[in-house]
Design a protein around this ligand. Sequence first.
Ligand SMILES: Nc1ncnc2c1ncn2[C@@H]1O[C@H](COP(=O)(O)OP(=O)(O)OP(=O)(O)O)[C@@H](O)[C@H]1O
Length: 283
Amino acid sequence: MAEEHIILQNVHKEFQRKDHTPTIALDDVSLTIKKGEFISLLGPSGCGKSTLLNIVAGLEKETSGKLLVNDKPIKGPGNDRIVVFQESGLFPWLSVLDNVMYGLLIKKVPKQEAQKRALDWLQKVHLGKFAHALPHELSGGMKQRVAIARALVTDPEILLMDEPFAALDEQTRMVLHMELDKLWRETGKTIIFVTHNIREAVVLSDRIVLMKTRPGGIKSIFPVQAARPRNSSDSILIHLENRILTELEQEMEKVLKEELGSDYALKTNDLRVDPSNNMGSDI
Ligand SMILES: Nc1ncnc2c1ncn2[C@@H]1O[C@H](COP(=O)(O)OP(=O)(O)OP(=O)(O)O)[C@@H](O)[C@H]1O
């Protein structure tokens, strides 16, 4: 059996609002992720997906509970965990190559070697020809490819992705799904991927963690047993999308009932959304 890589035990996270009342972003979250696993965190807005990702990244500290990576407690950010965000976060004044090399130079890798490794990664994400371009000369999809190359060039064990493709058009997103799937299979990285998009989650993941709101936490976990590389028209994936959608509808209905109280008059069908579309942010 594969090795345990990330262990979350009864993780609880509270934030203080400006009026000093607490928001429970995560309540009693327990999850074990194996080395090399691709896990998606899926759920409506505010269910704590980014908070959970940030805790694993070491950017946020859990209020209580335990987080272990390779059996060691996490005290802050580390080279073993790199985050890719929705915005590429590239330095606009540096060339694509310099952006990808940057993390290596910080780690004192000699310039020639850093350049070689960065160029290798740019080839892998099909941007070898754009090494000397500036970020503003690239499309959104190309920028995200650079962000992925910049993350993987430092060879982290864990890649944390917070809605990395959310701002891209559907075609570009599908191409990047195929590329990320290939890179993940080639490198064996452990990936945690935050998304609102059910189709994206089923196409990419080994397991999908469906999250709930108020308080944020885990509602259900769905293993995805379709062969890779995947095709979103695979009947296994379509069936799974529908199961997830049904649970999400229940969750969204619960939130609406709480929010609207006696004004609640929503029919379940009004909530039915196309799984290829983003969901959850308008509840
Ligand atoms: N720094 C913060 N201070 C106060 N409250 C916060 C902070 N960060 C998150 N929260 C609250 O914690 C809850 C979970 O937020 P989080 O951003 O993790 O959700 P999410 O599922 O990633 O949402 P979205 O899909 O909209 O990005 C929300 O109620 C949010 O308002």
